[in-house]
Design a protein around this ligand. Structure first.
Ligand SMILES: [Cu+2]
Length: 70
């Protein structure tokens, strides 16, 4: 399954890498795609992921989760 989140504060490829790396560490995540201009982060996973886990990973990377859509 795929879910799209919006992350605030990413400005360059380094930011994208940080967010991708942290989200990739979450159990069950199979892929992360980041669109830098819009801040859209598409997360592929085997099953549903708690939004809190995504928010914690984004926070760990130093950014803020400001939205989610399934
Ligand atoms: Cu950056």
């Amino acid at each position: 399954m795929e879910a799209v989140y919006t992350v605030k504060g990413m400005t360059c490829g380094h930011c994208v890498n940080s967010v991708s790396t942290e989200i990739s560490k979450i159990d069950g995540v199979t892929g992360v795609q980041v669109d830098l201009p819009t801040g859209a982060v598409t997360v592929s996973s085997a099953g549903p992921l708690p939004r809190t886990a995504i928010a914690a990973a984004v926070d760990e990377a130093g950014y803020e989760l400001i939205g989610a859509q399934s």
